[in-house]
Design a binder for this molecule. Structure first.
Ligand SMILES: Cc1cc2nc3c(=O)[nH]c(=O)nc-3n(C[C@H](O)[C@H](O)[C@H](O)COP(=O)(O)O)c2cc1C
Length: 250
C-alpha cells in the first residue's frame, strides 16, 4: 500500500493472516457465546439476491457426531475438534428466503419505520421478491422448465447482455454453494478473531453425510468446519505464491 493503511485494515489483515487450517485441536470447548457470535458474523456475508440459502448444522448429538467423524474419513482434527459444523447450501430454500424478505419489507412499510431512502427502494424491492426472483428461480417440478428458460435467454442474449440463470438443478446448486462458501469464510475469520481455530474440510462422503443429517436431495454439503483451539503441531507450512501469480490487470 502506498497510502497509510487504516487501523481497521491492519486489524483485518492480522486476522486473515492468523487464520490457518488447524490439523490438531485441544480438548477445550468453544464458549457458547463465542460460537454464536461467530455464526452472527457468518451470516453478515453477502448472499446472492439476499436469499440467504446457507444453513449451518452444529452437530452436538454424540451418536451423530461419532457417525460424522467417521464420514469425514476419521481425520484426526475432526475427531479432536470441539465442534463440527456442517455448512449446507440449500438452493431449494430460495422461495422461503424471498417470502421472508417480502414479509419484512411489507412490515417495515406498514410500521412506517422505513427512512426516506428505504421508502424509495421499497416498490422496486417488493417487485423483485414478488416477481423477478420467482421468474428467475422457479423452473417447475424436476426443473423441467430449465432448458426452455436457458434457450429463451440464449436467444435474447444474442441482442443484449443477459443474466443466463441459474437454471436447473446443478446450476442452482452451484449458485447456492458460492454464497454459502462466503459465509464459511466469515465464520472461520470470526473464530480466528475470537482466538479459536478452524479447519475447512471437503474430505467427507457427501451422500452419506446428507443421509445422516436427513438433508433433502437438492442440498449440497459445501464444507464441514472443524472448530476449536489448535493443539500441538497443528500447522503444516502455509504456501502462497507472489501476488502476480494470481492477480492480473486486464
Ligand atoms: C473447500 C476446502 C476443503 C478443504 N478440505 C480439507 C480437508 O478435507 N482436510 C484438511 O486437512 N484440509 C482441508 N482444507 C484445508 C486446506 O488444505 C488449507 O486451506 C490449505 O492447505 C491452505 O492452508 P491454510 O488454510 O492454513 O492457509 C480444505 C480447504 C478448503 C478451502
Amino acid at each position: 500500500m502506498d497510502v497509510q493503511p487504516t487501523p481497521e485494515f491492519e486489524g483485518f489483515r492480522a486476522v486473515a493472516e492468523a487464520r490457518r487450517s488447524a490439523r490438531s485441536f485441544l480438548l477445550e470447548p468453544i464458549p457458547e457465546s463465542v460460537l454464536l457470535a461467530c455464526f452472527d458474523v457468518a451470516i453478515r456475508a453477502p448472499s446472492s439476491h439476499n436469499l440467504e440459502i446457507w444453513r449451518f448444522l452444529d452437530v452436538r448429538t454424540p451418536a451423530t457426531r461419532a457417525a460424522l467423524n467417521h464420514l469425514c474419513l476419521d481425520q484426526p482434527q475432526v475427531r479432536q475438534a470441539a465442534n463440527l459444523i456442517v455448512a449446507v447450501a440449500r438452493p431449494d430454500l430460495w422461495r422461503l428466503g424471498a417470502k421472508r424478505i417480502l414479509a419484512r419489507l411489507e412490515a417495515d412499510e406498514r410500521s412506517g419505520t422505513a427512512d426516506a431512502d428505504y421508502q424509495a427502494w421499497l416498490p422496486r424491492l417488493k417487485k423483485k421478491y414478488k416477481l423477478m426472483v420467482p421468474l428467475l428461480f422457479a423452473d417447475g417440478p424436476l426443473h423441467v422448465l430449465a432448458p426452455a428458460k436457458t434457450a429463451l435467454l440464449w436467444a435474447v442474449g444474442q441482442f443484449r447482455p443477459m443474466m443466463r440463470g441459474p437454471f436447473g438443478r446443478s446450476e442452482q446448486q452451484m449458485w447456492a454453494i458460492k454464497t454459502t462458501a462466503l459465509a464459511c469464510e466469515n465464520f472461520m475469520l470470526a473464530l480466528t478473531a475470537a482466538g479459536y481455530d478452524s479447519c475447512p474440510l471437503e474430505g467427507f462422503d457427501e451422500p452419506k453425510v446428507k443421509h445422516l443429517l436427513a438433508l433433502p436431495d437438492a442440498a449440497r454439503v459445501v464444507m464441514v468446519i472443524a472448530a476449536g483451539r489448535r493443539g500441538p503441531q497443528a500447522l503444516i507450512p502455509q504456501i502462497r505464491h507472489e501476488r502476480a501469480f494470481y492477480v492480473e490487470r486486464v
